[in-house]
Design a protein around this ligand. Structure first.
Ligand code: DGY
Length: 327
């Protein structure tokens, strides 16, 4: 027995996080590229003082029981924490941390990559050239829709939604937003954003970008009815969580021309099945949940997750605690 806190880290994360943990703790890291299977996860957390989880690891009563009474902290390597039963942790006095702020701008950049790519059919056009179909400059070839001057609808105006809206000024856009709560008028003024209901946003926007956290009231928020409200020329972008969109309804809407195109960084389920109808559609871009995947941002997230883990095992307040379910 070293007397050092025992911690389990559920995947190899950047050294900016692993190094300080290894210095202070008895560290057990899951080295595989794939997440630990449930049985392995339950076995490896037994007797730990702290665990560092990813969005692929479900933290619930079963896992907390398996960890046992020594567990003081769950540090989630993500800003989203819908994989963690925060109430169950609170009942046992276990602190929960996440990584807010670290990935805001990086995620907003990727939302914009999808906005531009889906509006201007960039992925489809690249595929067209690579497969040898390009024969001449064509007056009707691969026509998309303008981003400059369009109306952007931001659903959820938290940190990331605001960063997405801020970038719209360079594109001369009208910005609408819907959110659980209207933001302060100074923020609305700075962003040039107008608060509207979700139905109005869906009806008026040329581009709809989703930035809500996954909660009971946002699961399936974009369903067949919501899609039917959108313009037939509209573009839907999702960098939040897959289950915010009903995948079957989206596939039907893209196939039947209810909306024009979609750019998804997140799917339901993840990974998406190889035979999912969305993957058969030219007008749907699907990325493997990479919105925060830059070297700098993943390093920052690792350092924040490590700081939460170390504070938790020492019984100190976490630098970035999760305040409660849906906080
Ligand atoms: C998060 O942090 O919630 C993202 O989905 C992954 O970085």
């Amino acid at each position: 027995m070293s007397g050092r806190p025992r911690v389990f880290v559920a995947r190899r994360i950047p050294d900016a996080g692993l190094d300080p943990i290894a210095e202070a703790c008895d560290l057990d890291v899951w080295e595989d590229e794939l997440p630990p299977p449930r049985e392995a996860l339950l076995a490896r957390v037994a007797g730990c003082d702290g665990i560092l989880t990813l969005l692929t690891d479900r933290v619930d009563d079963e896992l907390l029981d398996a960890a046992g009474p020594s567990l003081k902290v769950v540090s989630n390597y993500a800003v989203g924490y819908d994989n963690v039963d925060v109430a169950a942790c609170a009942r046992r006095g276990i602190a929960v941390g996440n990584t807010p702020g670290a990935l805001t701008e990086t995620t907003a950049d990727l939302a914009w990559a999808l906005i531009l790519a889906a509006s201007r059919r960039v992925v489809e056009a690249d595929r067209y050239v690579h497969e040898g179909s390009w024969r001449t400059w064509g007056p009707m070839l691969l026509m998309g829709s303008d981003v400059y001057g369009a109306t952007l609808g931001v659903v959820g105006l938290g940190r990331i939604g605001q960063a997405v809206a801020r970038r719209a000024s360079g594109f001369g856009m009208t910005v609408l937003y819907s959110s659980r709560n209207q933001v302060a008028s100074e923020i609305e003024t700075e962003l040039g954003a107008t608060y509207v209901s979700l139905p109005e946003l869906l009806e008026r926007s040329d581009i709809v970008s989703l930035h809500v956290s996954l909660a009971p009231d946002t699961r399936g928020l974009i369903d067949a009815d919501a899609l039917a409200r959108m313009k037939p020329t509209a573009v839907l972008v999702n960098t939040s969580r897959g289950p915010v969109v009903d995948p079957g309804a989206l596939a039907a809407a893209l196939r039947d021309g209810v909306i024009a195109s979609a750019g998804l960084d997140v799917t339901d389920p993840e990974p998406i099945a190889a035979d999912d109808p969305l993957l058969g559609l030219e007008n749907c871009i699907v990325l493997p949940h990479i919105a925060s995947a830059t070297l700098a941002t993943r390093g920052r997230m690792a350092a924040m997750a490590a700081a939460n883990l170390l504070a938790g095992v020492r019984g100190e307040p976490l630098p970035t605690p999760v305040k409660g379910p849906g906080a």
